[in-house]
Design a protein around this ligand. Sequence first.
Ligand SMILES: O=C(O)C(=O)C[C@]1(C(=O)O)C=C[C@@H](O)C=C1
Length: 361
Amino acid sequence: MAELTLDQLRARIDAVDDQLKTLLNARAQLAQQVAEAKLSEGGEVVFYRPEREAQVLRRVQEGNPGPLDGETLAKLFREIMSACLALEERLKVAFLGPEGTFTQQAALKHFGHAVQALPFGTIDEVFREVESGNARYGVVPVENSTEGVVNHTLDSFVTSPLKICGEVELRIHHHLLIGPHTQESRITRVYSHQQTLAQCRQWLDAHMPGVERVAVSSNAKAARHLKDEWNAAAIAGQVAADMYGLTVRHANIEDQPDNTTRFLIIGRQHTPASGVDKTSLLVRTKNLPGALFGVLKPFRDAGVDLTRVESRPSRQGTWSYVFFMDFEGHQDDPAVAQVLRVLEQEALEVRVLGSYPKAVI
Ligand SMILES: O=C(O)C(=O)C[C@]1(C(=O)O)C=C[C@@H](O)C=C1
C-alpha cells in the first residue's frame, strides 16, 4: 500500500478525534446516569468511588496493545474519569498547601485536574476541613523513603474519626532555585522545608558548605521568599519553580535518586474492596512485656503481609504506645478479618483507619 501523505494522515487523525469525541461524551453521559442511580438509592450519596476508579485504571493497563504504555494510558484515563466525576459532583479536596507543594501535585495525581483543590496551612487544618464537611477529601503526606514518617499525620489519626480511602506515591525531585536577580556566588542562605534540607544534606555539604540553611514551613513558602531576597536560594520542586517564576540552577539535588513520598487520602467513607488493597490499623497495646509480639503474631499466623509498623506515644498515660500498622489486603478479606478478631482480644484498642486500593499510577 502506498504511504499516506501528511495531509491524508492528518485527515485520519481528525476522523479518530471525531470518534474519540463521540465516545468521551457517551462515557460522560453514562457517568451522569450513574449519578442519578446513586441519587435514587437515597441516604448520604457518595459519588467518588476509589475502588471503582482503581479497577478502571488497572483494566485500561491490562492487555494494552500499545504503542502507548500502560502508565500513560492510565494517566489519560485518570483525567477522563476526573472530568466525568465532576459532572456528578465537583469535589472539594483540601491539601497541605500552599499552592505549589508536592502535596498539591499528589492531590492532582490522585483525583485528576477537574476537582477543586484547596490549600491549607497545616495538617490539622486539612483534617478539620474534612471532618467539618467543608471539603469532601483531604490529602496529607505520611512517609518519605529517605526521612521516614510524618509524625504529625499519624498523630492526627489518634483523635480524628476520619478514614483513609486512598494512597498516592510521588517521586520527589528537588531543585536549587534562584530568582532572576540572583548570582549564585552571592548566595548566603538557602530556604526549604526541614525534611527537604535533610533529603539534600550531602549535596548541600558538598556544594554550598558555608551557606546558612533556613527551615521554613513548606518548600513553596521557601520559593516565595525569593521574591524579596536576592542573596538567597530555595530548594523546591518544579511546580513551585513554575509558580513563582524561578530558575532551576541545579536540578535533582536529592541525595537518594529514588526519593519517594507517600500521601494519604482522608475522607468519611468506607471503601469496599477493589481486588488489590491495603489496610492501615491503629493498635493501642497494654503496657506489658511482649505486647508488640502479641500484635505481630496474628499476622504471621494468618499469612498476612505487614508492610509497615510505626510506634508513637499514645498521649494517654506515660509509656503506653500506639502502633500504626499497614498490611496487604482488605478488612473484608477472611484472613484479615481473622487477624482483627485475634487483635481485638490482645490489644486495648484496634481501629481500622481504612482499607483502600493500592496506588495504581
Ligand atoms: O462508577 C461510578 O460509580 C462512577 O461514578 C463513574 C466513574 C467513572 O468515570 O468511571 C466516576 C467517578 C467514580 O469515582 C468512579 C467511576
